[in-house]
Every structure is written in structure tokens, then in C-alpha cells.
Ligand binder design. Sequence first.
Ligand code: 5AD
Ligand code: SF4
Length: 441
Amino acid sequence: MGRNLAVLTYGCQMNKYDSERIVGILEGLDFQLTEDLTLADMILLNTCSIREKAEQKVFSQLGRLKRLKEGNPDLIIGVCGCIAQIEGDSIFQRAPQVDLVFGTLNIDRLPYMVREVEKKRGRVLEIAEDCNPDIQSPLTFRESRIRAWVSIIQGCNNYCTYCVVPYTRGRERSRSSSVILDEIRGLAEQGYKEVTLLGQNVNSYGKDRSDDIDFSELLSMVEEIDGIERIRFVTSHPKDISVKLMYAMRDLSKVCEHLHLPVQSGSDRILDMMGRGYTSEEYLSKVDRLKSLISGIAISTDIIVGFPGESDDDFKKTEEILRKVEYDSIFLFKYSPRPETLAASLSNHVPTDIKEERFDRLLMIQKEITLKKNRDMEGGIEEVLVEGPSKKDRKKLTARTRSNKIVNFSSNRDIKGEMADLKIVRGGLYSLDGEVIERGC
Ligand code: 5AD
Ligand code: SF4
């Protein structure tokens, strides 16, 4: 009889991708996935430490799991991901109910670690500092049958002064193009239509290897794979996005017209303190170039409000950049000091109420922009990839435009996993409504 496994995933796509790897490996050990924590024989928390709040969530969940373990002493509780990588051993002190702690680079060792925990019924800890991304076990479990993430580069060399990622994910390590292409060919054979190439900074792809294949060239190679209809990628660092990549986005028909380009702040003074390596003017000139080269490109971004020392004037510059770029969507964050990072030791931390005010203000501005942009799409025709029933209304289907917008629509055929043309009849804040246009002969 198989055992039940629950995996709780916090944070970014990289963690979601890692959770898929974890589930795939553990399914191979006869575990089956459950969402019901009370039925689980093992619960793994794949954690995020990007902001303090994410960390607090994990420790309050561990508090709840402690009670579960009191009723079921055989329950195995594991902590992995970014908090595990940084905190290591100290997690056992803070949460003695935990049996297993492993880092972001130790996932492939899971069969061994689980055996150890079961054998010893004692604590197991593994935190590696380095690994070879080309010898990771193949990913055998994926949440979607239509869209898949494919890791192309792990880690980050940028050391932005607020960010903990270089400490939790290590230095940049690109996977070899042949390993990546084999994985994508396999996905195409299984019927996947869309891949998202994943990395903390995909534009650095290949810089740490000697095979002379950069990110644009990798995109051209993925374009050649039959069966894959759409290619996306995240995340791009504005300082590294090259004209060559812009041309590749323009010329490769499968590469979707959407770019996530985190600006973080509109103030040059703050950008400099963040160590981002570009000015607002340089950023805007890249955005202009992208818009003029790639018709209909959607741009999204990340913004941090309340970085230490951010004045009203600095904040105004962020407001300005929002209005100048007219992003399709933004991810907003309140600055959160992280251990080991340079920014945490700066003076002049911005009070919480000001961070909240600035956060709300940007949210309001962006809502107006997003709504206007989505309304402007009304009457237009969009090619979409159909993902399945809509979460809000099971009678409807949900699909995604090339520019990464969600469209809900009715159809009398189940066309999940297919491409379709939709006429946009309503643009809302969070999604669009569409109507099917039969593809003519
Ligand atoms: N505080 C707030 N936001 C942060 N991010 C990264 N580190 C921090 C921090 N210490 C945000 C950045 C990044 C996104 C993934 O998370 O905007 O692009
Ligand atoms: Fe963090 Fe900067 Fe690297 Fe992004 S580029 S992961 S913000 S250090």
C-alpha cells in the first residue's frame, strides 16, 4: 500500500517547479499525493524566504502541524526550499516536530533521505552548497498536461542589495542546451503545447558554460521543436536584456509577446542603492525599443516600495515610471529586510504605514492602467491556448492569450489543450471575456 504525501509550496515558480520534481521522485517511492493533511504520512513544506511574511507563514503552519503530529507520531514533517537552505539545523531547534530539512540543491537525494528518516526515526539534515544541474533526475510529475516549466538556469549572481536569492539558490548554473532540448522534446511527445523557460535571470543563460549558446540561440533551438506551440520565459533582468534577444522575440513565431521585466523602482538613487545596474532612462529606452519592435507586447514588472531611504520624491519617480511604461500588470512588494543582505543594514528604514500608503497608491494607479489596457482589447481577436474549465464558473473554459491574459469563454466542445481564436467582448481588471470564432477553411 502506498503512503500519502502532502506538499505545501510557498513562493515563486522555481519553488513550484521544485515541488513537481519532489512529487515525481516520491511517487517513484510509492507515495501518492493528497491535499488532506490529516491523511498524510509525510508533509513537506517547500519554503520561501524572499520576504519576512513568507517566512512567518511557514512557521505558523509548522505550529499547526505540531498538533497533527501529536495525534499521529509516525507523521514525517520535512522542510525544504529557501528557508531550509539558509536556516539549516536551526529549524530543528525552532520547530522540534520537524524530522527532515534539506536545501534547494538536495532534491535528488530524497530517496536516500526518506529512507534515513524512516530507518532512524530521527532527524536528517542535508544542505549542499553546489550541484551539477545537468545530472538532476528527470521530472516525472507535472501539475498541468498543457503547459510546463523547464528550468534552464539556476541561481543568481546579481546580489541586488535587498535580495536573499543568491544566498538561497547559489551562483548561476546553466543546464546544458542538449539536456534542456531533450526535456522539451519529451514534453512535446507527451502533448504539451507551451513551455516556460525558467531561471532567476534567464538572460544570463550560458554565460557560465563554454558551449557558446546564449539565451537567444537557445530560444531559436526550442522554436524548432515540433508540437510546442508557445514559448515563454521568466525572469529577465533589465540590465541583461539585449537587442539580440529583442530581435529573437520579434522573429521567432512561437515566442509569446510578453516580457516580465522587473524595474523595482523608478528612482535612479534607489536603483543605485539596490545595485540594479541600470538607470530609469536606460530601462525606459529598452522598453521603447521592445514596444517598437514587437507589436502588441505586454510588459509586466515587480516593484518594491519602501526600500530604505526611499523619499517622497523617489516614490514619485516610481509612480511616473508606472504611467510611462503602462504595464499590463505589476507585482507589488513592501520592502522586507532579509538576513545577510546589504540593504538590511542600511539606516533610514521606511515606516510600515508609509510603505502601506505607497503600496495602495501604486495599486490604485495600476488598476486604472490595467483596466484601460484590457478594455482597449475589446473587439479584437486573440489566439489563445485553452487551459480547461474556468475556476470561477465551471460551465466556462479558461484560456490564455499570447500576451498572457486570461480569457473566459463558453464553448459547446471540450477544447482543453487546443489553440482557438477568440473575439474579446469584455475587458475586466483580472480577466477578459471572449467568444469563439470558428477557424475558417
Ligand atoms: N523585500 C520586498 N520584496 C522583495 N523582492 C525580493 N526581495 C525582496 C525584499 N527583501 C521582490 C522583488 C523581486 C520579487 C521576486 O520579489 O521585486 O523581483
Ligand atoms: Fe534577487 Fe536581484 Fe537575483 Fe532577482 S536579480 S533573484 S532580485 S538578486
